[in-house]
Design a binder for this molecule. Structure first.
Ligand code: RB5
Length: 147
């Protein structure tokens, strides 16, 4: 199950991604927003990230104007490794190396086709483990130290 959310800056992109998820029979829960009316992104980011953090959802996708605000908020939630992605190489690498569990996208930054390619790659790429596990453990230690 994927949790997906957006503010007004990412609303159109969220709807586009939902079309992709529907077409590929990927289950998701849409936490909003449901129009292009202005809405603050922190609550949406927290909702999606929390669902991933507590294990209700396997991964999350967040869209705002730049993807930056969403990624800042999501990365404050325990266990969240949110990646702001704008290219296909990073989409693959951040799954393989960082085991990123939330994907952030900028609806005012990237084109539709690129965004869908990024989503496709990110959802289908597995974490490769090995020495990267040690690095993720170090992230956990830092998270514990500053909680
Ligand atoms: C909203 O205008 C915009 O600030 C927001 O979508 C996002 O880009 C924040 O990082």
């Amino acid at each position: 199950m994927i949790a997906i959310g957006a503010d007004h800056g990412g609303y159109k992109l969220k709807e586009l991604i939902k079309g992709y998820l529907d077409k590929n029979s990927v289950e998701y829960i849409d936490v909003g927003t449901f129009s292009e009316d202005s809405i603050d992104y922190p609550q949406i980011a927290m909702d999606v990230a929390n669902r991933v953090s507590i294990g209700d959802c396997e991964k999350g996708i967040l869209c705002c104007g730049t993807g930056v605000g969403m990624s800042i908020v999501a990365n404050k939630i325990k266990g969240i490794r949110a990646a702001l992605v704008g290219d296909c190489f990073t989409a693959k690498a951040t799954r393989e190396h960082n085991d990123s569990n939330v994907l952030c996208l900028g609806g005012r930054v990237i084109g539709e086709e690129l965004a869908l390619m990024i989503v496709d790659i990110w959802l289908s790429t597995e974490f490769i483990g090995k020495h990267h596990v040690n690095r993720l453990n170090q992230i956990k230690e830092i998270e514990e130290k500053f909680k």
